[in-house]
Design a binder for this molecule. Structure first.
Ligand code: FAD
Length: 417
């Protein structure tokens, strides 16, 4: 049996950052196992139609965490990134409106504006109703019936699945927080008021896709990453992992960034905890390239219309220099709609059978009711055994890449102490 001091499962942003922190601290006894042939996880890019294509969906580096940005610039220098101001839109009722909707209602005609404003004024949060515990109720409570029905509920069904009632509300601080007064003010002044969503300013590589920075990080780790090797079973008592290549590797510390349900077998863990791992849910997303040029200045567009398969369009030629075309993101269960449109000859949504398609079986961890309790119990139990869940899948949270890099830095510093 092979033995290492640190075994890291997954060479996405979380695993790569953790490995680099070990390297920086002079550690030599560590190994990263990666299922795929390439590092980068959801942040990988491919070359499609002569330009980069982010296989896991549109990926942009937020400016909010300077320490993270500096760390990433040490692999892909700052001058190789371009800084953008966010321009995102929602395609709704046959028109393209700024995002978030609640600060851009003034872009609708007068009757629609009055209907939206009236609906927000009657929303639970403006009548001091108690905060609901379920996602669907919360959306109506916060944004009113009309934004819920026209945009938020259909869009979220497209992204996360039909059963939105399974979702909790503990993750909604990610949404822009706009008050009724700010919505009213934006209608009167014709400009967006209130807190803007994340990625208000962001970086994207000038010549490459977002995957380049992770490839460079992986390159510096050399043979410490073993590709095409999937972790299959976890023994918590022995702190040992078995791989699909038949190897057993024991470690002083295991850092796992892979989806918990990827383990076919877990031993040395209470049966109730193993059972609760089966309750963790995720959605799969397909990304698909189209060659057409879109007539819009937006970098991305949200599409709530449930008749259209995809939920988001990434307008590549507006953030990737010298490129053409765009790509779409579609939850896997909805991709059959593409085929149906093709069969019926309905090509208005740009279906093209020659397009490039990538499937991400794990794209969004679902924020189901009860998930925080499951994860707390699981992570606490494992930490007591020297096994740490890290990143989007290790912690089963909607973290962006800058967040997981920060978490990996913090965990490495904490363990070094
Ligand atoms: C559609 C979409 C858009 C996004 N947009 C942004 C954005 O604009 N900006 C941003 O910062 N973030 C964005 N994100 C989030 C970003 O993708 C994640 O934060 C980031 O990839 C998380 O890194 P990670 O290392 O935790 O997980 P991952 O990137 O998922 O990496 C996990 C790694 O584990 C490997 N693995 C899986 N199973 C096994 C196994 N059994 N054995 C060994 N290895 C295994 C995988 O192959 C992968 O390499 C977006 C995500 C999605 C889905």
């Amino acid at each position: 049996m092979k033995k290492v001091k640190y075994l890291i499962l997954g060479a996405g942003p979380a695993g790569l950052t953790f490995a680099h922190m070990l390297k920086k601290g002079g550690e030599t006894s560590f190994l990263v196992l990666e299922k795929e042939a390439q590092a980068g996880g959801l942040c990988r890019s491919a070359l499609v139609d002569g330009s980069p294509f982010d296989m896991g969906g549109g990926h942009f580096l937020d400016v909010k965490r300077p320490k993270v940005n500096e760390f990433l610039f040490s692999f892909l220098p700052r001058k190789e990134w371009k800084l953008f101001q966010r321009d995102s839109r929602i395609f709704i009722k046959g028109k393209s409106v700024g995002h978030p909707l609640e600060t851009n209602i003034w872009q609708f005609d007068l009757e629609e504006q009055v209907a939206y404003l009236g609906s927000i004024a009657r929303a639970g949060c403006n009548r001091e109703d108690p905060v609901p515990e379920k996602f669907v109720d919360w959306i109506r409570w916060k944004l009113g019936e009309k934004i819920a029905e026209d945009y938020m509920l259909p869009y979220n069904r497209k992204m996360f699945g039909e059963d939105l009632n399974a979702l909790g509300v503990y993750w909604l601080e990610k949404l822009p927080d706009v008050s009724f007064e700010q919505t009213l003010r934006s209608c009167l002044t014709h400009r967006a008021c209130g807190t803007q969503p994340g990625h208000a300013s962001f970086y994207y590589p000038r010549e490459y896709g977002y995957g380049e920075v992770w490839l460079r990080m992986a390159g510096q780790l050399g043979e410490r990453i073993r590709y095409n090797t999937a972790a299959q079973s976890l023994d918590c008592e022995e702190r040992m992992v078995r791989t699909d290549t038949g190897e057993a590797i024991a470690a002083g510390t295991i850092v796992t960034t892979i989806p918990w349900r990827e383990f076919r077998r877990i031993s040395g863990m209470p049966a109730e905890l193993i059972a609760s791992i089966q309750k963790l849910r995720a959605s799969a997303v397909e990304t698909r390239y189209r060659r057409q040029r879109l007539d819009t200045p937006a970098q991305w567009i949200y599409v709530p219309d449930e008749e259209i398969p995809y939920h988001r369009i990434l307008v590549r030629h507006n953030f990737c220099e010298g490129s053409r075309g765009y790509w779409t993101e579609t939850r896997q269960e909805r991709t059959c709609l593409f085929e149906r449109q093709h069969e019926t000859g309905d090509e208005k949504n740009g279906f093209d059978s020659g397009d490039n398609i990538f499937l991400n079986p794990y794209a969004y961890p679902l924020n189901t009711l009860g998930k925080p309790e499951i994860m707390k119990e699981l992570l606490d139990y494992c930490a007591g055994k020297g096994i740490y869940g890290l990143g989007r899948w290790g912690e089963h949270c909607h973290y962006n890449s800058d967040v997981v890099v920060e978490l990996a830095m913090n965990l490495a510093e904490r363990l070094a102490e």
